[in-house]
Structures are given as C-alpha cells and as structure tokens.
Design a protein around this ligand. Structure first.
Ligand code: GLU
Length: 492
C-alpha cells in the first residue's frame, strides 16, 4: 500500500453548503494538492428524511464554483465506491454483523421511554446522561421474546469502561476522553440505517483516508470512531479538527450574523476567488502580512501547522473589502457579464442586449467597478445612468443649486451640450473651460453644480466619463428637468 495522502470531504446533503463546510472542503483540498495527495468527495445521506438530491447538487456545484475539484468520489467515480452512503448499506451490514459475532456490539431493545428514564435518573445523580448497557447481556431467548413482542432493536457498540481515549489531534494537540462518560452508542438504527459515527469509520477506513480534517464540532465523536477502528482492526487515520467560525459577537456563526450559505454569496455576486481567499484565512495564517492569495498560491503556502486552535471570527467588512479588491482587479468585461443578470432582473437591461449596449455596459461598469463590494450592488450604482430625471435631489445638492451662479452654470452647460458637434472628453472639457471663463468660476464651483444637476448628489463616478456615457440627450433632458423642478418648487 502506498503512503499517499488521502483526504475527503463528506457533506450531508440536507441543506446548502455552509461557510464552515466550505472551509473544511477547502482545507482538505489544499492539503491534498500541497502534498500531491488525493481529494475525495462522498455523500453522507443516511439521514433519510433530510437528505435530498437537490442539496447534493447544490453542494457539488458550490464546490466546483469555488474552484475545487476532486480526484475520486461522487460524479467522478473511483475504485473505492460507491460514494453515496445509501449505496453502501451492504458494506456496513457486513461490518456490524462482524462486531455482533465477535461480541463487540449487541442488540438493544430499550424503548424511548426506558432510555429517557435512565437518562433522567443519571441527570438527577448529577451524572452524564448515557446508555449504561442494560441490553448487553440479554440471552438469545430474551432477545427472541422481545422480537416477538414486536420490538425492533438497534445495534449498539460495547464500550470498554475505564479507558482513556487519546486523540492526537494535528491541530489541537492531545485531547483525552474518558470512556466512562461515553455510553454504549448506536451503530445501526432500528430501520437498519447505520449511524454517522459507524458509517464514517467504515468509509474512511475502506477508502484509506489518511487524514480526517473536519470541523471542531466533530471532536467529541472522534473517541467513538476510534473505538470502532480498534474493534475492527483498521489502521487508524490521523485527525485534525478545525476551530469553529464565530460571528463578530463571538457566538457561533449563524444566520443571525448574515449569509452563511455559499450559494447566497454566489447569488449576491461575490467572486469565487475572493471568497476562497477569505475562507482560507479563517483559521489559517500564512507567514508574513500578506493577505491576498490565489488558489494556486494558497496551495503553495498551506500547512496544517499554521491552522490555529482558536476560533476564527467572520468579519463581513473584511470579506467585502477583499471582494471589492478582486472586483477592481477583474476585467470590466467579466464584471459586466456577471452584472447583466442582476440588471435584467431589475428591468434595467433588455433580455436581448444589442452589441452597442453591451459595449456601453462595459464602459459603465469600468466606471462603477471602483465602488462595488459585490456585483449585485451594481443595480443601485447604475441607476444614475438611467432615466431623464434624477431620482431625488439630496439636501446638499439642493443647497448647492440655491446659488444663482450654480444654476446659471447648469443652464449654460446644457445649452453648450446641445450645440457642440462632437461628444467626447475633449469637447466636455472645452465646454467647462468656456463656461468657467464666462462666469468666472472654477474647480468644484464649476463642476459640482453640473454633477448635482445630473445625479442629485455631490458624490459619484468621474464626472466627465459619466457625461459621455449618459449621452447628449439624457444630459440635456436631466439638466432641464432638474432646473425645471427647482423653479416649480420655489413657486409653490
Ligand atoms: N457529514 C458530516 C458533516 O457534514 C461529515 C463529518 C466528517 O467529516 O466526519 O458534518
């Protein structure tokens, strides 16, 4: 057997891919790529009620969107399949039957009420509620009788009491668990479905997974899984548990804090490389101060040694900043193509876009790109390019146009716009120059009234470019409407 690194991501398809799962997948992928190992993706669908194919599809799509590929597993196949747990039931059967035969597991017939009673009495004594093994020593006759009564048993693992189980965690160091605190746990439910703790061990062992890298929430499952490894004589894998992701209030990251599903970020127009870069820094720290890494660079830099034991805090502002940086670095063509569906949904752009509009959109996006944190914001920023009238006049804008000279500038600018022959930056510059001279105004005093007349506000994209892209007609109409509305307002 080779000593090739083999790691896996094993999502349960019961909902979308969340930030935490995506980060686990990413760390596994980086680890595999860095060490020339295999990355395997398989599906843990033994929760029959909650698992569904739609979630499976979405999770796999999200992984691909992030730029992660896998060498073996669902969709791509491999020698150690099938890669969906529900297609592996016979494999699990052979192993739990073996444990039964060897006396390492047993049928348990206790009802939910009996179990609750036991838990309650342990709680009253201040002990950890757990299963104490009541059915461990049932005779065959007793078992037959219970079956005849119609009881459907589960299969439980026989925990050896009085043991200390040590997890040598590659991130957290040595973590001890006392077996006395772990009741005989269920391997197979009464409907024949294996539990997570059991199936995951069979899969990891048979797929020859060398490193199990997953979220900290699974650390308490690890001693149970190690017991099964030992009972079946499997070669033990290495474990690495990545710390939780917290919101900025230091509680576990949840919907309360904001979007937690990768698909939500995708829908909002985050760039995959930005999200991946951001996720990589949640718990992993590169050497030095650098923060921006491509996927390829992350592979170069990544190591489990630099994954932190302490919780990572999800900082939305940082994500938005980082995404903005990636947007600014992207070509306007790419951002335009990403922006079009949002614009279409908003009715700002036709379903079928003319090549002229397509080109125009590129120039508009090039101008707006600077301000975007994520691409769907484009629908707000782009509004300034539509319509013959400004949406509203901001208080500062209104104040500026109270000034007689400011209004004169707007008026003159409009007249000049209609008269000039060409429509380019030089021409616009020339107009401003002429009016400036004529009215004795310069700098902000000259430009800002026109900006307000066109947009209603004092801030926005580069004014000359804005004017060019708006086009002569819209510029003239807007300025006229703004002036007209001003006089209307003063009259009433
Ligand atoms: N299906 C489990 C989960 O999604 C996988 C846990 C593991 O990696 O062992 O949390």
């Amino acid at each position: 057997m080779s000593d090739k690194i083999r790691v896996r991501f094993a999502p349960s398809p019961t909902g979308p891919l969340h930030i935490g799962g995506a980060r686990s997948a990413l760390f596994n992928w980086l680890f595999a790529r860095k060490r020339q190992g295999d990355f395997i993706v398989r599906i843990e669908d033994t929760d029959v009620e909650r698992s569904n194919l739609v979630s499976e599809e979405v999770i796999l799509e999200d992984l691909k969107w992030m730029g992660l590929d896998w060498d073996e597993g669902i969709q791509v196949g491999g020698e150690k399949g099938p890669y969906r747990q529900r297609e592996r039931l016979e494999i699990y059967d052979s192993y739990w039957k073996r444990l039964l035969e060897e006396g390492k597991a047993y049928y348990c017939f206790c009802t939910e009420e009996e179990l609750e009673e036991e838990r309650e009495s342990l709680r009253k004594k201040g002990e950890m509620p757990r299963y104490l093994g009541k059915c461990r020593d049932l005779t065959q006759a007793e078992r037959d009788k219970l079956r005849e009564e119609g009881r459907k048993p589960v299969v439980r693992f026989k925990v050896t009491w009085g043991e200390t189980i040590t997890v040598e965690d590659l991130i957290r160091g040595r973590v001890n668990f006392e077996s006395d605190g772990i009741g005989d746990f269920i391997l197979v439910r009464s409907d024949g479905m294996p539990t997570y703790n059991f199936a995951v061990v069979i899969d990891d062992a048979l797929m020859e997974i060398t490193h199990v890298i997953r979220g900290e929430e699974h650390l308490s499952n690890t001693p149970r899984q190690m017991m099964i490894y030992r009972a079946l004589g499997f070669k033990m894998t290495s474990f690495a548990h990545i710390s939780l992701i917290l919101g900025e209030d230091r509680t576990k990251m949840s919907k309360r804090h904001g979007a937690t599903a990768i698909s939500q970020y995708r829908k909002m127009g985050y760039l995959p490389e930005a999200l991946v870069n951001f996720l990589a820094l949640l718990g992993w720290a590169p050497e030095g101060e650098r923060e921006m890494f491509t996927l390829h660079e992350l592979v170069e830099e990544f190591s489990l040694e630099r994954v932190s034991r302490s919780a990572a805090v999800f900082n939305f502002r940082k994500l938005n900043w980082m995404n903005g940086e990636y947007i600014r670095e992207s070509s306007p063509e790419r951002i335009r193509d990403m922006a079009i569906p949002y614009l279409q949904e908003e009715g700002l752009v036709d379903e079928k876009i003319s090549s002229q509009d397509y080109q125009w959109l590129k120039e508009v996006i090039a101008l707006l790109q600077e301000q975007l944190e994520y691409v769907s914001q484009v629908v707000t920023h782009i509004k300034v390019f539509f319509g013959d009238e400004i949406e509203e006049l901001s208080p500062e804008g209104a104040e500026m146009l109270e000034d007689e000279q400011a209004r004169q500038i707007v008026q003159r600018f409009r007249e000049e716009c209609i008269q000039v022959e060409s429509w380019d930056k030089e021409t616009i510059k020339g107009i401003f120059k002429r009016i400036g001279k004529e009215l004795g105004a310069g700098g902000k005093k000259l430009f800002q009234p026109v900006r307000v007349g066109l947009t209603g506000t004092l801030q926005g994209p580069d004014l000359q470019s804005l004017i060019i892209l708006l086009g002569r007609e819209k510029v003239a109409n807007r300025l006229q409407n703004t002036l007209h509305n001003l006089t209307k307002n003063t009259q009433c």
